[in-house]
Design a protein around this ligand. Structure first.
Ligand SMILES: NC(=O)c1ccc[n+]([C@@H]2O[C@H](COP(=O)([O-])OP(=O)(O)OC[C@H]3O[C@@H](n4cnc5c(N)ncnc54)[C@H](O)[C@@H]3O)[C@@H](O)[C@H]2O)c1
Ligand SMILES: O=c1ccn([C@@H]2O[C@H](COP(=O)(O)OP(=O)(O)O[C@H]3O[C@H](CO)[C@@H](O)[C@H](O)[C@H]3O)[C@@H](O)[C@H]2O)c(=O)[nH]1
Length: 341
């Protein structure tokens, strides 16, 4: 297949683009490099440096591909701003970049592109859940502007499916972590890991402390109604997430995808507090990792834990990294390779 990957210079998009290439697909990465570096674009893809909101440019890519007899089969849409905390200080850039710019991309798709899209949605669309694990049918009440910007996009996709027949799969990822291993789980040779520009995510920041790049990790709030007072998240390995994208692409070809939009949670179904993640990193790295308690970060729900039974049953998805220590092991291997070589 010929696939457009927006945000393919980023952590998750880059991992999925590499997997697609390894399976013989043709990949065009569209990224404006607002949160990535040029050297993070996977080798072997066609790279177009542009904003997804540049509708004429994106439409031209679709039209040129069709004219050359090799039209795009689908779009995997990862490009977004991704920090829940930042979105509570600057909501406008989240609605602009994640919602309005995605609308421009979708308009280009309707005008000239393939009628199939896999959308990177998020657990943040749920907000604070009434019960965990969270099913896809749970109430959608985001507690941060980032989650709302993604939920609005899901609503647009629903209307475009209903009115224009645009097939879409919304994959609601929980907290993505780890580095893919070349040769499969346990091989120990890691490819690109979690590396955001700038870094704000818990696991790479903890590993920075273990490497001596930071003095301590800040814990944002220890007064949540959880077992140790810190926020609970469900961590999913990026390689397992990448597998789910290939399965979603297949599912978009089935009659079910013509009937209704596909929506799947992707997580491991186990929650870990921030303190438990730090403890796991201490076990994996052998470093004491000093931690300091700071005030809560605005917009953080206390609990996010996925029920992913639907993806397992309907897509045939099978996560290979259910264990947090194993996820951290791959993250740690990559983090050392990234900064020590
Ligand atoms: N990392 C997670 O834990 C997580 C969890 C849930 C959902 N997601 C979603 O997954 C997707 C990928 O996340 P990631 O962790 O790889 O983030 P990332 O920041 O590494 O990658 C995002 C990429 O999109 C690009 N980009 C942003 N806006 C753009 C625009 N307007 N035009 C073109 N390119 C643009 C950035 O330059 C970057 O390369 C995002 O949509 C995010 O919301 C991530
Ligand atoms: O220095 C830090 C960084 C984070 N945290 C906490 O650690 C948890 C995880 O935070 P982080 O790694 O920033 O991820 P989330 O804010 O949970 O968001 C991630 O996971 C969401 C899905 O659950 C996605 O939608 C987002 O894109 C992705 O950034 C949260 O409770 C944070 O408050 C800290 O205590 N200290």
């Amino acid at each position: 297949m010929k696939i457009m990957v927006t945000g393919g210079a980023g952590y998750v998009g880059g991992t999925v683009a590499s997997l697609l290439l390894s399976q013989g697909h043709q990949v065009t990465v569209v990224d404006n490099l607002c949160h990535a570096r040029r050297n993070q674009v996977p080798n072997g893809v066609d790279f177009v440096e542009t904003d997804i909101a540049d509708r004429p440019r994106i439409e031209a890519l679709f039209r040129d591909a069709s004219a050359s007899g090799q039209p795009f089969d689908s779009v995997l849409h990862f490009a977004a701003l991704i920090e829940a905390g930042e979105s509570m200080n600057k909501p406008e850039i989240y609605f602009r970049n994640n919602t309005a710019s995605t609308l421009a991309l979708l308009e280009a798709i309707l005008a000239a592109g393939p009628k199939r899209i896999v959308f990177s949605s998020t657990a943040a669309v749920y907000g604070e859940p009434e019960t965990v694990p969270i099913r896809e049918t749970a109430a959608l009440r985001p507690t941060n502007a980032y989650g709302e910007s993604k939920l609005l996009t899901e609503h647009i996709l629903s209307w475009f499916h209903r009115i224009h027949g645009l097939r879409s799969a919304s994959l609601r990822y929980f907290n993505v972590a780890g580095a893919p291993e070349q040769g499969g789980p346990g091989s120990g040779v890691v490819l690109r890991g979690e590396d955001h520009e700038p870094e704000s995510h818990l696991i790479p920041l903890i590993l920075d402390v273990a490497l001596g790049r930071r003095e301590s990790i800040k814990i944002f709030g220890d007064d949540y109604p959880t077992e140790d007072g810190t926020c609970v998240r469900d961590y999913i390995h990026v390689a397992d997430l990448a597998d789910a994208h290939l399965l979603a692409l297949k599912a978009l070809e089935t009659p079910a995808a013509a009937q209704s939009r596909l929506i799947y949670n992707l997580g491991n179904g186990s929650g870990f507090t921030v303190k438990q993640v730090i403890d796991a990193a201490r076990r994996v790295t052998g470093h004491p990792i000093p931690a300091e308690i700071h005030p809560r970060r605005a917009g953080d729900p206390a609990f996010l834990i996925a029920a992913s039974d639907k993806a397992i049953a309907e897509l045939g998805w099978k996560p290979n990294y259910p264990d947090i220590d194993n996820i951290l092991r791959t993250a740690w291997l990559w983090h050392q390779k990234r900064y020590n070589s």
